[in-house]
Design a protein around this ligand. Structure first.
Ligand code: SF4
Length: 289
């Protein structure tokens, strides 16, 4: 990956921000790797040398790493294990998961994960967090044979404001989010599905076949909405998610319906880093649906 410095940041900072501390240990796949869409992982591997990122875009990753480094240097309470990577083998493939904190309590182990994130992330249910923490739960139960009694995210909200309002707006800049727990069987089924998806992707890659497409969920597809509008009025009267409801309202309001198609935000914002080499996204851009 080529790292550019388009905003003339000081060299010392550029070096600090450019360090990539991600590792999957000696496993074939890590939890993070399994959660990455196979197409994204394989395109990143294929275009590794051509990928480009400005150092300024690494701020959030850097804040996350800095937080973990600071915590690493802190003396942990005796009932807590910090940053332990657990390994196991599924169908001959080694997988691993690095858990931020395992806190032993009389009821069992609580698995904690630290995240530097946005207010928006904690105001809605985040599927990726549920999947990630339940995979960690499965590792603790399967590898260490310990009962897990809670899954928690400690979220550092980088854009929190004292003046923030609205239903569900967090009360403070650091909040704890409880994550719903799956059964061990559910988690194992999910892990096997992810593993199979990656193995199939790898096979397609090795044989020069079409890579498996990213799903709508993996592409962070936003919902298609229907704006009820009226000639001469700049803003929509209402924006609805149901087409029939919107049509009905448009008749009543003597207006019309504007369809706002959902957008694959991960692709459009190039959050996967490989959108320019992705035939799925590039094809759609040239042939809009
Ligand atoms: S551009 Fe979209 S569809 Fe293509 S790899 Fe990235 S996330 Fe997947």
């Amino acid at each position: 990956m080529k790292v550019t410095n388009n905003y003339g940041l000081p060299e010392a900072l550029v070096r600090a921000l450019s360090r990539d501390e991600y590792t999957k240990g000696s496993s074939d796949y890590s939890v993070t790797g399994l959660l990455t869409p196979p197409k994204v992982a394989l395109l990143r591997e294929r275009y590794q040398d051509e990928m480009e990122m400005d150092v300024s875009e690494k701020m959030y990753t850097f804040l996350g790493t800095a937080l973990h480094n600071a915590l690493e240097k802190t003396l942990m309470p005796e009932n807590c294990t910090y940053e332990e990577r657990l390994f196991t083998t599924v169908d001959g493939t080694t997988i691993s998961g690095a858990i931020d904190i395992q806190e032993k309590t009389p009821q069992g182990t609580v698995v904690w994960d630290y995240k530097v994130t946005s207010v928006w992330s904690v105001m809605r249910e985040k599927t990726e967090w549920i999947e990630q923490l339940n995979m960690y739960k499965w590792f603790v139960e399967t590898v260490k044979k310990e009962k897990v009694c809670g899954l928690k995210i400690c979220a550092f909200l980088r854009d929190w404001s004292n003046n923030g309002r609205g239903e569900g707006y967090p009360d403070s800049s650091i909040v704890v989010v409880d994550i719903p727990m799956w059964t061990s069987t559910q988690a194992e089924t999910f892990i096997r599905e992810r593993l199979n998806a990656h193995k199939m992707g790898q096979m397609a890659h090795d044989f020069g076949d079409e890579l498996p497409a990213c799903t709508d969920q993996e592409r962070w597809m936003s919902e298609t909405t229907f704006a009820v509008k009226r000639e001469g009025r700049k803003t929509a009267i209402r924006v609805l998610t149901d087409a029939d409801e919107a049509k009905e309202m448009a008749v009543k309001e003597n207006g019309y319906v504007e369809v706002r198609l959902g957008e694959p935000r991960r692709c459009a914002g190039d959050y996967c880093g490989v959108s320019k080499w992705c035939n799925q996204y590039q094809g759609e851009k040239h042939e809009p649906v």
